[in-house]
Every structure is written in C-alpha cells, then in structure tokens.
Write a protein that binds this ligand. Structure first.
Ligand code: NAP
Length: 343
C-alpha cells in the first residue's frame, strides 16, 4: 500500500484512508455495528492504516465503533484522524470551535476512541462566530500537551488556512475531492502543495456515484443523504451516470481496471493526496488490490476531462452538505452534546 507523510508531522500513513461516516449510520440510512467493525478490521488487515472519523458521525457512534474495532491490539497499527468543531442539539448540527468546546470535545473523543492520543485532529468546518486564532491556538496547545500529533482543517479556504497557520502548525487539509467535485483545484490544492500540507480527499467515490454500482433504479433507505443530494436527482443524475458509463469503458480498455479503481487512482495521481473511501462492508474493500502499482497518464487524464465536459452539462457542487453558518440563538456557551435526544 502506498504511504505518505502527513505534512511536517512524523506520521506516515497509507494513501487510502477508510472513511467512517457511513459506518456511523446517520445520514446513510443506518448501519450494522458488527459489519462496521468487520469492515474496519478488514481494512487494517489489508494495509489501510488511516481511519477517518468525526464526533458528529452518528452523534458519537462512528467514533465508538472505531474504538471498539481497534481495541485489543490494533490501535498501534493505525493512525486515527478525527475532527472537532461540530456540535449538535436536538438533532440540529451547528459549528462551534470555541476553545471551551474543543477542550470538552477532545475528552469525549478520546473516551469513545479508547485511546490517549489522536493522530490527526481536524477542525471539521470553519466557525465564523469564533476568532480563528482562538481555535488554532487551542489545537496547538493540545499538540504541545501530547493529546494530538498533527493538526488539520476541513472545508477551509486558502485564506482561512493562511490565517490559521499563523497560530498553529498545520499539517493537513480535508476538502471534497473526486472526479466530479474538483473545486479544490482552483485554490486549496495548489495552496496545500505550496505549503507542504497533505490533502485528505473526502467523498473520493462521490458518495458511491463513482463505485460503478449506481443505476437509474438505485433507491436509498431512511435518512440516506443521497435522497436529497442534487447529483442523485433527475435530470442531473442521468448525466452523472452517463459519465460513469464512459469512465468505466476507459478504465477497462486502457488499464483493465474498474471505474472505482480509476476514481481512487485519479485522486492519488493529483498531488500529495490521500483518498478517503467510505466502505461499510468488508467485501466493498476487495478492489483495494487494484489501486496500487499504476498511474493514469496525461493523455488519459485529458480523455477523462473530455468525458466529464461532454456528459455533465449541468454540474453541481457538494455545497448541500455544509452545516448552517450561525449557531442556534439558544446556544450561549459551549455545552456537552445532548446525545440521547439525537442519537
Ligand atoms: N470533512 C468533511 O466534511 C467530510 C464530508 C464527507 C465525507 N468525509 C469523509 O470522507 C469519507 C468518504 O466520503 P463519503 O463516505 O461521503 O463518500 P464516498 O467514499 O465517496 O462513498 C461512500 C459510499 O460508496 C459506496 N461504496 C463504497 N465502496 C463501494 C464498493 N466497493 N462498491 C459499491 N459501492 C461502494 C457505499 O455506498 P453503499 O454502502 O450505500 O453502497 C458508501 O456508502 C467519509 O466517510 C468521511 O470520513 C468528510
């Protein structure tokens, strides 16, 4: 498995990371705990050492499952990346990166993850109601105290990273990045390259669209976010599916690979990147063997761009996933989460 050093930390990790949002169940139509634990263990057995999670995924559930899966011998074999700065109350998620909130949130995460150190701690979304330097300074303090090993931000602009970087040693950024969502190429990716940051690309399969499994008949259960994801709605959905069909052909004819392998390889061939892959069943990890040992050449990259341009005439960004910009008026001070009311 290809490896990468995270920013200027001394953490080395696999370039494929297991994303555990779906494993938390919330916004993915529920999850099966035993299957989730098997998926995490299968990923580690197959050489994936980076596990990405967040407190908000399943309102603590995803972190708890990661903690359980890694207990009894696996913790030291992996790097845990989790996040901070999204709180929830009565099912509503809001941004809160105030120092007091960070201090209480890290203790909850450490407990759920059954560890005494978090390898990569990332601010989940920028909080416009908290001075950026307060958040950055608090994370830098945690690093110096030995509670975290490296610092990242997610969904930040280059300007925000620049301001943050004046107060904390920033090692990584986590933006959406996949064949269909390429906004980072206009700012975040070049910034990361210039400043030695590692890019943890989220949604590397575009929420399963690039898995090759989706059809016009695909249906989603319960609170699955793909029910409202604009890419999965007619008439746009047909454009994305048409692109996947052409990408499948290209992957097969040029490289003898699946479209899923092409999508992950493409992310890895774009720079100092990690591809976060949201598998939630062990068998979904079978294509892992297809991803290493080859590259997408420039001519194929141009062909891919041409396929995207002619198939997707009405592209849409992943902005629908952003939490509201303002905290609810009733939240005056940082509080512990109301887990029972929301889980
Ligand atoms: N920082 C942020 O704001 C942020 C936002 C989003 C995601 N993330 C991180 O990035 C990770 C990955 O993103 P994501 O989970 O949103 O999306 P993703 O990895 O693009 O897609 C996940 C979905 O792909 C499908 N899939 C995976 N492997 C498959 C296979 N072999 N065959 C067929 N389908 C397969 C699964 O759908 P089914 O099981 O339904 O078939 C799965 O739920 C997350 O888990 C999270 O860690 C971070």
């Amino acid at each position: 498995m290809e490896q990468i050093v995270i920013g200027s930390s001394n953490l080395t990790t696999s370039r494929i990371g297991l994303g555990t949002w779906a494993i938390g169940g919330w916004m993915w139509g529920g999850s099966d705990e035993a299957q989730s634990i098997s998926t995490i263990r299968a990923a580690v057995e197959r050489g994936v050492t980076l596990i990405d999670t967040a407190p908000v995924y399943g309102f603590g559930h995803s972190e708890e499952i990661v903690g359980k899966a890694l207990a009894h011998g696996l913790r030291d074999k992996v790097q845990i990346a989790t996040k901070v700065g999204l709180a929830w109350r009565n099912g509503a998620v809001y941004r809160d990166s105030r120092p007091q909130r960070i201090r209480s949130e890290i203790e909850d995460s450490l407990k759920r993850l059954r560890t005494d150190v978090i390898d990569l701690y990332q601010v989940h979304w920028p909080d416009y109601e908290t001075a950026l330097d307060e958040t950055a300074r608090t994370l830098e303090e945690l690093r110096r105290e030995g509670k975290i090993r490296a610092i990242g931000v997610s969904n930040y602009s280059p300007e925000q990273m620049n301001a943050f970087g004046a107060y904390a040693r920033l090692d990584a950024v986590q933006p959406p990045y996949n064949l269909f969502e390429r906004e980072v190429e206009d700012g975040v990716l070049p910034y990361a390259v210039r400043n030695g940051l590692t890019v943890l690309s989220y949604g590397a399969l575009c929420r399963g669209l690039l898995s090759g499994r989706m059809t016009p008949q695909s249906r989603f259960e319960g609170d699955d976010l793909r029910k409202v994801d604009p890419k999965f709605q007619a008439p746009r959905y047909a454009q994305y599916l048409a692109a996947v069909e052409e990408l499948k052909r290209l992957a097969r004819e040029r490289y003898g690979k699946s479209v899923l392998a092409l999508a992950l390889r493409w992310v890895l061939d774009q720079g100092p990147t990690i591809a976060l892959w949201g598998a939630r069943r062990p068998e979904q990890l079978e294509p892992l063997a297809e991803i290493d040992g080859w590259h997408i050449d420039e001519a194929a990259k141009r062909e891919i761009d041409a396929i995207l341009a002619r198939s997707i005439t009405d592209p849409v960004s992943p902005a629908f996933m952003a939490p509201p910009l303002k905290r609810p008026k009733t939240v005056a001070v940082a509080t512990r989460d109301d887990i029972t009311a929301t889980a």
